[in-house]
Design a protein around this ligand. Sequence first.
Ligand code: KDO
Length: 331
Amino acid sequence: MPNKFTRRIMLSVIAATALAGSATLALSQDKITLRMSTPATETDFRSKGLASVFAEGVSGFATYEPHYNDTLFKQGTELVAIARGNLDMSITSAQELAKLIPEWSIFTAGYLMRDPEHQRKVFEGDIGAEMYKLVEDKLGVKLLSVMYFGTRQLNLRTDKMIKTPADLAGVNLRMPGTDAWQFLGRALGANPTPMAFTEVYTGLQTGAIDGQDNPMPTDKDKKFYEVTKQIVLTGHLVDMNFLAFSKKVWDGMTADQQATVMKSAKDASASITASIVANEAELVAFFEGEGLKVYTPDVASFRERAQKMYLESDFSKDWPKGLLDRINAVK
Ligand code: KDO
């Protein structure tokens, strides 16, 4: 008798488990998979913020599937992949957008944004709405939110002290491989060399390049301090990224799901911005502890040269009329 009872219980447990299993399967099959590609590492602040805040926010109906270190799409090819329907999300930049939509080159200009707050106000107001619409209409890509990526500083493997742009003459400075980035390198006075982000550590180690520019949290995450001697606080670009999302996927979602994706993107971006701001405040001491020299050059001389070069450049011909003044007027 007890045996029979046990057998019956066992059978119903097995049946319930099988049912539960198929229910889970059905649910997970119904979920949207959101594939995100980035050259960044898994330990980068943007990666961590998205994998926690964004992934949890959308978990009711979507599975966030990140691919790091350029393993799914190469740096700079993600926006076209989204536009073609081969990718759902990426962490994009003004420089990548400017390649496809020239009006966006205004945001690649050195010494334009004042700080993360200025950046946030510009993109969360009218200017952001207009510029996001341009991307959506021309590319079929929705920009969900803006996040601070950190302020870019020079990071060199050479000893020579850098005070003004003239001191960078002949310095092989790795910059990412688009025209906008290369121009920024020249605007600083250096000799820019294109190289993929994932190759920069080896480039610095072997001397293929004399230096690179990135925000300090990235210098730490990628361990560039192991193979460089100094950080020059030029602060030449208050850098930002945008969470790019496929419009096709967006249009296939319910209004509730869209609202949840939007909220999760904004929450994740706010949390990423806060962690990067906090981290930057600690990093001068960290790099000094690692034996690097960290100092402020004559920033005014860098600003003056860069602003003049941008205003005289072909890029500025594509800037929407009056936009520069509107950006500067945002307080
Ligand atoms: C880089 O290649 O230096 C850069 O910092 C450029 C950014 O716009 C962005 O693409 C970033 O790389 C990647 O997200 C990796 O951190």
